[in-house]
Design a protein around this ligand. Sequence first.
Ligand code: GLY
Length: 297
Amino acid sequence: MTGRWAIVVHGGAKSIDPAQAEANRCGCLAAVAAGQAVLEAGGAAVDAVEAAIRVLEDDPTFNAGRGSVRNAAGDVEMDAALMDGQTLDLGGVAAIRGVRHPITVARLMLREDPVLLVADGARTFAAERGAERCDPPAPMLPGNGAGRGGAGRDTVGCVALDLQGHLAAGTSTGGLEGCAVGRVGDSPLPGCGLYAEDGVGAVSFSGDGEAIARTMLASRVVRGLEGGDPDSAVERALVRLVSLGADGGAIALDGAGRIGWNHNSRNFAVGYVVSGAGDARAFLAKAEEREIGQDAG
Ligand code: GLY
């Protein structure tokens, strides 16, 4: 037992049009509130992460669930994953169509033997387990993806620490606008788009999925957490991304519930709250947090 809980969400590493600033802040705060309710009630970190990401998936501001961008064929294919830091169980789905909450399908996968199901296999599993359908697929809402001033490849994510000291991480994305059918980015890949391990840390990425996967960035953050603070661990991992000419952002928690986050994209929508440390806060860039001297830890 840590006697402390913490939750951090992100709504994607991207450029945020000023007209979308409030929607990004409010969306992150709503997601934090959903996860906070689970943690305050003594619930599990994996449940808090699922609850928070479901809110983001229902918000068309974000490229996940309802707000997902379309691939080259004009279809919506989504990736999501959830990792339990206590058991190292991982549930992931990729290129899944026709479901409202990919993160909940990932949650249903969590205690199953396979760690990742793709395309028709993922959809069949979702149907067999009664996951909520969403047909026709998520509509292309005005302002989505690149059209909303974002890079069209932003992802949502969450990391949480529960009162029992267990960590969890999750990601969900509509992927890259106009990408090849069946393309899968970093989001459902452990050690790339996410990772969680009790006593060490939890991390969730957004950004250039191919570059994040090639460099296994989540594993780099976790390695950094073993000897340093979460902010520095994220910052060091992002240097590798920069060296590839890619951009992204990450949120992280260490085993004690200290928060770290950063990005090299223009914006990164982030919200967080820690037990006993005041109200939830939301930021659209790390510079905003620094300006007000917020102590995230
Ligand atoms: N980072 C999400 C993606 O590239 O699919």
